[in-house]
Design a protein around this ligand. Structure first.
Ligand SMILES: Nc1ncnc2c1ncn2[C@@H]1O[C@H](COP(=O)(O)OP(=O)(O)OP(=O)(O)O)[C@@H](O)[C@H]1O
Ligand SMILES: [Mg+2]
Length: 293
């Protein structure tokens, strides 16, 4: 090997060594930069989590305040409204003396307006009580089939007035532990909605079955059905969606929010199925066990 070759070898080894050192330096710098990035990233993440929890806490406090005011307002409005409705009823029935026909017409308007307002105020009170976690339930042993049959008898009058047929398919089921008033409210809301949003001449099917340790109540209608956007909003407060009442009924958009909260307070869940133009089926399930007073 010539001395020139030796020199070239020496230089190339030197270059290799230099380039390896340079690579190492780059890697170390990259690692440090990444570490710095990670530090900055972690600091930002911590800051974000902190701000998010503070905003969430503030929102919860504001929501509690809203519920408190809602509760006070609804509660204080209820008694005067009950009196207005009661006095209108007395006058209408002629209990306080004879009333002319045209006076009766206005009294009937006062009576029905106070009735509507009372219903709204009761719904607001329910939302406030349920959301603030103060819903106390009177749990007792009950037969859900008889409860449904009783509710259907009362609702039949409205169904006849709207020319809507109600078909009941109720299996005999074991007794369950529920708050009968609250579950009655759920049933009234679901069948009430089916009647409210369905056209004359259609049919509603109310079902009751036992499904794997749970009782399932379903209300299927042939109304306008639900778009996916509607389905996403159904159970929120004050949600009036695409379906409109078919008989001029009132629509506040609170019924389903209350339904969901009552069913969940029983350890159950609410479900909905429906496509636009193909009717809707609302159902709820409550467990046969585990409902405590
Ligand atoms: N069976 C149904 N078919 C089609 N749309 C429905 C049905 N039930 C509810 N909806 C839609 O969901 C909305 C919310 O229902 P929800 O029961 O909460 O309120 P509401 O019936 O309008 O008023 P409220 O129950 O407070 O008197 C309704 O306004 C309606 O647009
Ligand atoms: Mg409703």
């Amino acid at each position: 090997m010539t001395s020139e070759c030796k020199l070239q070898d020496y230089l190339s080894v030197g270059r290799d060594h230099e380039s390896r050192s340079a690579d190492m330096m780059v890697s170390i710098l990259e690692f440090r930069a990444k570490e710095k990035d990670r530090e900055v990233h972690n600091r930002l993440l911590k800051e974000l989590v902190f701000r998010y929890s503070a905003a969430e806490r503030e929102l919860m406090e504001l929501n509690q305040l809203k519920n408190k005011f809602l509760g006070i307002a609804a509660h204080d409005l209820r008694n005067p409204l009950v009196s207005i409705r009661g006095f209108a009823e007395l006058l209408l029935n002629g209990d306080l003396g004879p009333v002319e026909d045209d006076q009766k017409e206005f009294l009937a308007l006062i009576h029905s307006a106070s009735q509507d307002m009372l219903r709204l105020v009761n719904d607001l009170l329910d939302v406030s009580v349920i959301e603030s976690g103060r819903l106390s339930m009177q749990i007792q042993e009950a037969d859900l089939k008889s409860l449904l049959e009783n509710r259907l008898k009362i609702i039949q009058v409205t169904a006849d007035a709207k020319n809507i047929a109600i078909r009941a398919s109720l299996d005999p089921v074991p007794s369950c532990r529920i708050d009968t008033n609250r579950i009655g409210q759920v049933v009234d809301n679901l069948i009430g909605n089916a009647l409210k949003f369905s056209p004359a001449g259609s049919e509603i099917t109310v079902g009751l079955q036992e499904v794997g340790g749970r009782l399932r109540v379903s209300v299927a209608d042939q109304g306008p059905g639900l778009t996916p956007e509607d389905q996403a909003k159904l159970f929120g407060d004050f949600q009036r969606l695409s379906a409109q009442p078919t008989g001029g009924e009132k629509s506040t958009g609170l019924g389903l929010a209350i339904v969901k909260k009552i069913v969940e307070a029983h350890g159950g869940r609410v479900e909905v199925q429906g496509e636009p133009g193909r009717g809707s089926t609302f159902s709820f399930e409550i467990p046969l066990e585990n409902v405590h007073a």
